[in-house]
Design a protein around this ligand. Structure first.
Ligand SMILES: O=C(O)CCC(=O)C(=O)O
Ligand SMILES: [Fe+2]
Length: 365
């Protein structure tokens, strides 16, 4: 067979396989429920993605854990927290928080709610399956299924949480807890943006006044156990497009960040939340804070469940312009990015999918 014909044939095979998988509306969980022992070809990632694992070296880099307990204690403790937030956001672009004010039972119930959604009757769950990205609630497997190099071993439930939905719009198995958890995350967001503003020596309300904490979308992730974790990924490497992400993960593990060209584990810590800088925060801070690349590796054990909440106004129509904050630029440190809107940035990021070069490059001056 001619090479071109062969490549065309494998391309159309792949396309058919992707379509057939999507048509099941049962996601990766459906494959596992059916008892697959070998992962289908569409999930096999190229071998280069498995390089640069830090192994033992990850002990050298500990992702900072910041205790927010001392926030209201005294001036000194408060300043210490601001300094830690600054240092973590500049060097890692990620930190974990403990004593963040969200009760442990709320965190646990949120993870249970996610699990209940994915583990409910497939026929009922299918009603939420869609690739219509204008929907406020959408369940599917692999947002970039048809454009990515390889599919990830993961199913997702997306919900717009601020502006708040009518509770009835959310799936019943996680409705109440999603409403409750999001309120807590919005409140924590206020605290985090205040700390980040102070860390930048800006007015404490600066980032909130820029509407960084106004919109919230959530991605509830379900990673079924994977029979061949060495061949696929749970989530392909990416940066988050919004301003800031608050991530709740269960105790299975698998989340990694790229730091100094090495993949480093973000270990699950009971009661903690992972906070990471997104592309838009990197843009408005003129690269002071770093939007961190991260991914999730697959595991034979599972399911792994997580809930990522993205602070971004991508679904709130607005013509508000974002550019590097005036107070953070100078003659010696001129703006590195042109003005953009959250909508323009988000649609560009969406068109690029996961795993490519930084979406920020497109906006660089
Ligand atoms: O599941 C996780 O731990 C990470 C998910 C993630 O990176 C995302 O939803 O953007
Ligand atoms: Fe992410």
């Amino acid at each position: 067979m001619e090479a071109a014909e062969q490549s065309h044939r494998s391309y159309s095979n792949r396309k058919n396989e992707l379509q057939a998988f999507d048509d099941t509306k049962a996601g990766v969980k459906g494959l596992v429920d059916a008892g697959v022992k070998k992962i289908p070809d569409i999930f096999i990632h190229p071998p280069d993605v498995f390089e640069k694992n830090s192994g033992d070296k990850c002990k050298d880099f500990c992702i900072p854990v910041i205790d927010l307990e001392g926030l209201d204690k005294d001036q000194e403790s408060h300043q210490e927290i601001v300094d830690k937030v600054r240092c973590a956001s500049e060097t890692f672009g990620v930190f974990q928080v403990v004593n963040h004010g969200i009760p442990v039972n709320v965190l646990e119930e949120m993870l249970h709610g996610v699990r209940r959604f994915f583990e409910q009757d497939t026929e009922v769950k299918k009603e939420f399956y869609t690739r219509d990205y204008t929907k406020k609630v959408a369940y599917h497997s692999n947002l970039y299924l048809f454009s990515a190099r390889a599919a990830d071993w993961r199913d997702t439930l997306y919900c717009v949480m601020a502006p708040p939905p009518e509770p009835e719009e959310l799936p019943a198995p996680c409705r109440d807890i999603q409403m409750d958890y999001s309120k807590h995350v919005m409140k924590l967001g206020t605290t985090l943006f205040e700390l980040l503003s102070k860390a930048l020596q800006l007015d404490p309300n600066h980032l909130q006044d820029m509407e960084c904490a106004k919109g919230l979308t959530s991605a509830c992730q379900y990673y079924p156990p994977c029979p061949q974790p060495e061949l696929t990924l749970g989530t392909t490497r990416h940066t988050d497009g919004g301003f800031l992400t608050v991530l709740l993960q269960d105790q299975v593990g698998g989340l990694q960040i790229l730091h100094q060209d090495q993949w480093i584990d973000v270990p699950p810590l009971p009661g903690s939340l992972v906070v990471n800088v997104g592309d838009l925060l990197q843009l408005i801070t003129n690269d002071r804070f770093k939007s961190v690349e991260h991914r999730v590796v697959s595991n034979v054990i599972g399911p792994r469940v997580s809930a990522a909440c993205f602070f971004s106004t991508s679904v709130v129509p607005s013509t508000k312009l974002y550019a590097p904050i005036k107070e953070l630029v100078s003659e010696d440190n001129p703006p590195k990015y042109r003005e953009t809107t959250v909508q323009e940035f988000s649609s560009y990021a969406f068109s690029k999918g996961l795993g490519g070069e930084s979406r920020l490059l497109h906006f660089r001056l």
